[in-house]
Write a protein that binds this ligand. Structure first.
Ligand code: CA
Length: 515
């Protein structure tokens, strides 16, 4: 596996260089068209206005997918031709992050932040008191639909979406037996039924059914939240055999154990392999993870094919992202409960009308920027309280960045800030600090914090971190009274498989473990 920071994606050439003048001209035309359409509908309220010229919105959201698991970004050990197609046709945010987490189930706050544009200090898991992205689009003339994972409770789902099929309320499930529900025309949820296809096929089927029923009279907002490649890591044929036969190499920052206690070492994600981590077992799980992504890629391809064949691609903004990354062997970890790059970074791509093709930026972005960006692109007003920022100025060349640093707060156990090159991580509960030079050390392997000459740099980064804390109302102190010892050795620690792991995974990875 290539380390995320070293994956230099080179746009092919001058043929795809930005033509900002043309882009701006086109944007003006499109704004003019909208203005005319809006003027014609002036007597109508925003709630009932229907402006077919408005672009449709399609969100393809994956679960636990590392930012470096895409062949278009240079990973030679995975093939993702369909996601590559999306990347080549769109604008990539190569430094996109989940804004930390207040929950070991990082999916929950990540999705809360995506769907409200708020940070986790402003929004709760059930999204009460926050305006939802689909809710706002629905009120502004969009036909809203969702399929796949919704991890923020049924009431918020019902508030957010007008339509839905094959909805999974929960964190994870056996990918071949997903418990799903549908939204009835009376806007109630059906009893749970068990999906009879692999998860990504189920959700792609539902999305395609919705897309094929669109008549163009009303713009749509279609949210497709895949549960792949979240564990259980169950690659589907033929990708199971393909990747088992050619296992990816270990990540460059593979370690048998995390070097100290980060407060998140013993939880369900981390129990999927023993301590110390056996190198070959990590490669097996990487092969299964990649196989699951390859299958997901094929299902996304079905959706992209339909958009192209139907012509919907000409007026549909596609957002592709994942809720966060995953360690899978990096730093001795398996899960996402850390603020290292592999776990907090996630892919983010925009494509569609007005978005340049085959371009990318390394400006910092967060998933919570998606909501205000889509508002900016569609003319839908962003609600009060949105913390994210529109990313549109980046691809239009009107800004080099929308923020000068990246803050990653994780529960009360970790705080990180990076300035584009240097990254400071603080672990208050065990009184540990790390400093990495991401330019020369993108894998976060060489902690420089003990070097005397880094004192000023650490002080400056700490100041920036505290400015972020002040901005978001984060009261976590740098130090706590009586910090715990940082040293820990998990060798031979008892493991428990959870109910979602299928029998073959229990046999393969929990042999000899009581379950
Ligand atoms: Ca997730």
């Amino acid at each position: 596996m290539e380390p995320p920071g070293q994956l230099e994606y080179q746009p092919p050439t001058a043929a795809v260089r930005p033509r900002l003048g043309v882009d701006r001209l086109m944007r003006r035309h499109s704004l003019l068209a909208w203005a005319m359409a809006l003027a014609a509908l002036a007597p109508l309220t925003a709630r009932t206005a229907q402006t077919p010229a408005r672009p449709n919105v399609l969100i393809l959201f994956t679960d636990d997918q590392r930012a470096d698991t895409l062949s278009a970004y240079g990973n030679r050990h995975i093939r993702t031709p369909n996601l590559d197609r999306l990347i080549h046709g769109g604008y990539s945010f190569r430094r996109n992050y989940c804004f930390g987490s207040n929950n070991g189930a990082v999916c929950v706050p990540s999705r809360a932040m995506l769907n409200t544009g708020r940070n986790w200090f402003q929004v709760n898991a059930q999204l009460t008191g926050s305006r939802l992205m689909p809710e706002v689009f629905g009120e502004n003339g969009y036909r809203t639909f969702a399929t796949g994972k919704w991890h923020n409770g049924e009431p918020s789902f019902l508030r957010g979406f007008q339509r839905g099929e094959s909805i999974f309320f929960g964190g994870m499930a056996d990918h071949t037996q997903v418990p799903i529900r549908d939204l009835t025309p009376a806007h109630t949820l059906t009893p749970v039924r068990i999906g009879t296809k692999p998860s990504s096929e189920l959700f792609a089927d539902a999305a395609l059914k919705f897309l094929k029923a669109q008549d163009g009279k009303q713009p749509f907002y279609c949210y497709v939240a895949f549960t792949a490649p979240h564990d259980p890591r169950q690659p589907q044929p033929p990708f199971d055999r393909e990747y088992a036969a050619k296992k990816p190499p270990l990540p460059k920052n593979f370690m048998p154990q995390h070097p100290f206690d980060n407060d998140n070492l013993v939880l369900r994600d981390e129990m999927l392999a023993p301590w110390p981590r056996p190198a070959e077992m990590i490669r097996e799980q990487l092969a299964e993870y990649y196989g699951l992504i390859a299958h997901l890629d094929g299902q996304i391809g079905r959706i992209l094919d339909h958009l192209k064949a139907s012509g919907l691609d000409k007026n549909t903004i596609i957002v592709y992202a994942a809720d966060h990354g995953l360690a899978l062997g990096s730093h001795g970890l398996l899960g996402k409960q850390s603020v290292y790059e592999h776990s907090m970074r996630s892919p983010l791509v925009f494509s569609g009308p007005g978005v340049p093709a085959n371009r990318e930026t390394r400006a910092y972005s967060y998933l919570l920027d998606v909501f205000p960006t889509l508002c900016d692109l569609t003319g839908v007003p962003a609600p009060d309280g949105v913390f994210g920022k529109s990313l549109r100025p980046l691809w239009e060349g009107r800004a080099e960045s929308v923020r000068d640093s990246c803050f990653l707060p994780f529960q009360n156990s970790m705080r990180a800030v990076s300035d584009g090159r240097w990254k400071l991580i603080r672990y208050p509960q065990v009184d540990r600090t790390q400093l990495f030079d991401l330019r020369s050390d993108p894998d976060e392997l060489r902690d420089r914090s003990a070097e005397a000459r880094q004192g000023d740099r650490i002080a400056a980064l700490r100041k920036r971190l505290e400015e972020w804390q002040s901005l978001v109302g984060d009261r976590q102190p740098w130090s706590v009274p009586n910090p715990r010892p940082a040293a820990i050795d998990l060798t031979g620690r008892k493991r428990t498989p959870d109910q979602w792991q299928p029998e073959w995974i229990r046999k393969k990875y929990f042999e000899g473990v009581e379950n």
